[in-house]
Design a protein around this ligand. Structure first.
Ligand SMILES: Nc1ncnc2c1ncn2[C@@H]1O[C@H](COP(=O)(O)OP(=O)(O)OP(=O)(O)O)[C@@H](O)[C@H]1O
Ligand SMILES: [Mg+2]
Length: 324
C-alpha cells in the first residue's frame, strides 16, 4: 500500500511518517520509506545519526542510474535521456517489488530499524536558482510508477510542505494520503487545498490531527473537517524527547498515540487498490508533462512512450487483487 504524509510546514509530517513506519516495522510488516521533502529529516527521525544519514546516496543526484534500471529493454524509451519522471512502464520495463533485492535498493537504500529508507536529497548549492525541488522528487515518482506493492506491504512517503506536493503527478500515486493538521486555521487551509485537488483526481485522503492539547482543539478540528478526521496525536513528551536526541523504543509513546498509529494502519488496510486508475493517472500525467515541457526538452514526442498494448495489470502479483 502506498501512503503519503502531507500538510503545512511544521505540522508534523516527518514525525508522523516516522512513527507510522516504526509502528508497522515493529509488527514485522515490510516497510519502505521515502524522504521526499526538501527538509531531509526522516532519517534522523527514524533513528539514524546525522553521520549515517549523510551517507545515504540521494536518489535525486543519480536519476540516470534509476532510469537505466527501470527502462530495461523497453523499446519505446530510446535512451536514458529520453526517460523523464513521468515515463510510464511498458513492455520490457522493469517493475519493482517491495521485498525484493534489486540494484536500486542495493545502491540507494539504507536499512534503519527494519525500515528500508531512501532519500531524494536536499537542493544542492548548484541547484539553487536553476532547479526546482520537483526534479529531485521526480526520482520517487518514477520509482512509485514502477512499484507493485502488495497488501500488507507499506510504502510511506514524507512529502514536501503545503500545496507544493501538487506540483507533480505524484500526489495521485497513493492508496491513502494522510493530511497532518494542527488545530489552527493556517494548517487547515492546506487541508482545504488538498481536498480540492484530491476530489478532482479521486485521491483518498484522511486527516490526522497533531499537537492536540485540549478538548477545544479537537472540537475545532471536528467542526472544520468532520468525518475526515480519523485520529489524532497529542502534544507528546515522547516526541519532544526525540527532539532532544532521546530515542526510546516505540512502546514508550503515549498509549492513545500508539492507538492512533494502529487505526491509521487499519485505515490504510481498508483502502481498495485501484491499479487501473493508478496506471491511467501515470499516463495522463505523462501526456501532460510531454506537452508542457518534456517534448521540447528531449526533442522527441514522448507520448510515443505510452504503449497502447501494455497491460499493466497483467504484471500485478495475484495477491494484489482484493479477494472477493
Ligand atoms: N505530537 C507532537 N508533539 C510534540 N512535538 C511535535 C509533535 N509533532 C511534531 N512535533 C514537533 O514539531 C516540529 C515539526 O515537526 P515535523 O518536523 O515532523 O514537521 P514537518 O511537517 O515534517 O515539518 P517540515 O515542513 O519542516 O518538513 C518538530 O520539532 C517536532 O518535534
Ligand atoms: Mg518534514
Amino acid at each position: 500500500m502506498k501512503v503519503a504524509f502531507v500538510g503545512k510546514g511544521g505540522s508534523g509530517k516527518t514525525t508522523l511518517s516516522a512513527l507510522f513506519c516504526r509502528s508497522l516495522a515493529l509488527q514485522t510488516q515490510p516497510v519502505m520509506a521515502f524522504d521526499a521533502d526538501i527538509n531531509q529529516h526522516l532519517g534522523l527521525t527514524l533513528g539514524l545519526s546525522s553521520a549515517d544519514a549523510a551517507l545515504i546516496p540521494p536518489l535525486g543526484l543519480e536519476m540516470d542510474r534509476i532510469k537505466d534500471y527501470l527502462r530495461g529493454q523497453n523499446p519505446r524509451i530510446r535512451s536514458t535521456a529520453s526517460m523523464v519522471k513521468t515515463t510510464p512502464p511498458g513492455q520490457g520495463s522493469r517493475l519493482l517489488r517491495v521485498t525484493e533485492d534489486n540494484p536500486i535498493y542495493h545502491y540507494f537504500s539504507c536499512q534503519v530499524n527494519d525500515i528500508r529508507l531512501m532519500v531524494t536529497g536536499p537542493l544542492s548549492q548548484e541547484d539553487l536558482g536553476l532547479k526546482c525541488y520537483h526534479s529531485k522528487v521526480g526520482a520517487v515518482e518514477l520509482i512509485l510508477n514502477h512499484l507493485l506493492d502488495e497488501p500488507g506491504e507499506y510504502v510511506v512517503v514524507d512529502m514536501t510542505a503545503g500545496a507544493d506536493s501538487f506540483a507533480s503527478g505524484m500526489f495521485t500515486k497513493f492508496d491513502l494520503t494522510f493530511v497532518v493538521v494542527e488545530p489552527t486555521l493556517k494548517s487547515l487551509s492546506v487541508y482545504q487545498q488538498y481536498q480540492h485537488y484530491a476530489r478532482d483526481y479521486q485521491v483518498p485522503i484522511a486527516v490526522i490531527g497533531n499537537k492536540i492539547v485540549t478538548e477545544d482543539d479537537l472540537t475545532f478540528l471536528r467542526q472544520q473537517v468532520g468525518d475526515a478526521l480519523i485520529g489524532w496525536i497529542t502534544q507528546s513528551e515522547y516526541v519532544r524527547s526525540l527532539e532532544r536526541g532521546v530515542f526510546l523504543p516505540l512502546h514508550h509513546l503515549e498509549a492513545p498515540n500508539l492507538e492512533t498509529l494502529r487505526s491509521m494502519q487499519h485505515a490504510v488496510d481498508r483502502c481498495e487498490k485501484d491499479w487501473e486508475q493508478f496506471y491511467q493517472h501515470t499516463i495522463a500525467f505523462h501526456r501532460k508533462n510531454a506537452h508542457a515541457w518534456a517534448n521540447a526538452a528531449t526533442g522527441e514526442d514522448l507520448t510515443e512512450q505510452i504503449d497502447p498494448d501494455y497491460q499493466f495489470t497483467d504484471h500485478l502479483p495475484r495477491q494484489a487483487f482484493p479477494v472477493s
